[in-house]
Design a protein around this ligand. Sequence first.
Ligand SMILES: C[S@@+](CC[C@H](N)C(=O)[O-])C[C@H]1O[C@@H](n2cnc3c(N)ncnc32)[C@H](O)[C@@H]1O
Length: 278
Amino acid sequence: MTTQAPTPSQVRDAWDAIADGFDRYATPQTMAFGEQVLSRLELGPGVRVLDVAAGTGGLSIPAARTGADVVAVDISPAMIEHLAARGRTEGLTGLEARVGDGEALDFDDATFDVAVSMNGVSLFPDIPGGLRELVRVTRPGGQVLVVTFGPMHKAEFIAFFLGAMQATVPGSVPPPTGPPMPPFRLADPTTLRRTLQEASLRDVRVETTTWETGFDSVDHLLDTVLTSNPIAGQLTAGLTHEQFGQVRQVLDGMLRERSGGDPGAVLSCEMRIGQGTV
Ligand SMILES: C[S@@+](CC[C@H](N)C(=O)[O-])C[C@H]1O[C@@H](n2cnc3c(N)ncnc32)[C@H](O)[C@@H]1O
């Protein structure tokens, strides 16, 4: 069976549909992690930063808080509206939010000092093409930094959800032996390093770090997962109301087991950070 890559308008519509929830649930957690990620770069006034597949600002907002000039690009107009609203609320005058396709960036070569993408380029159907664009628009000597998930079983908020799905409706999630789902295609550090080197980056380093994500309850976890990537909603779309209730119950049990009886828990997520010089 061949799977066709979705068209840009399908990608846009799918992310537009979950942008409100993404902004409410994912971004507050992502921004805290984003700050940690950006400490690897020297950002500040006068530094020109591009964030590709910026979502509602997980990296762009903390980058703009340093005083850097940040351009945030995302294919989803709804994501960009939320991102711009966050920038206005914080009075971040150096932040520009633009709708655009990261696979065909609308910038001249060598426009930026730094280009970043967190769980962005790693989701593109053509990852090497997306990376080539990041490299093209970054000046020689500038930095490109890419953040992606480690293996799925170590992204606990996703693994818990998929585990509850599989326990309730066997066969409802892709088998672990198949090709990795899009968010995990660069999870292997060797693959990530090689992919960055093949994009002509020099001095490539790949680091593993942990992102702690806190959830107050099973519903908080479900709301987050179902609006963090359109794939989650596609997986639950075939469930009956009763089956979804069972998934929720199993997941509730998993969270309580982790926390020792409380409804909420902190879950950890192994992340890879790849960085190189143009
Ligand atoms: C998982 S979110 C990550 C958002 C943000 N970087 C973060 O870490 O919070 C993936 C984002 O990629 C965007 N996206 C997907 N394909 C894209 C493309 N070809 N060009 C630009 N953005 C894209 C989606 O609209 C979505 O906002």
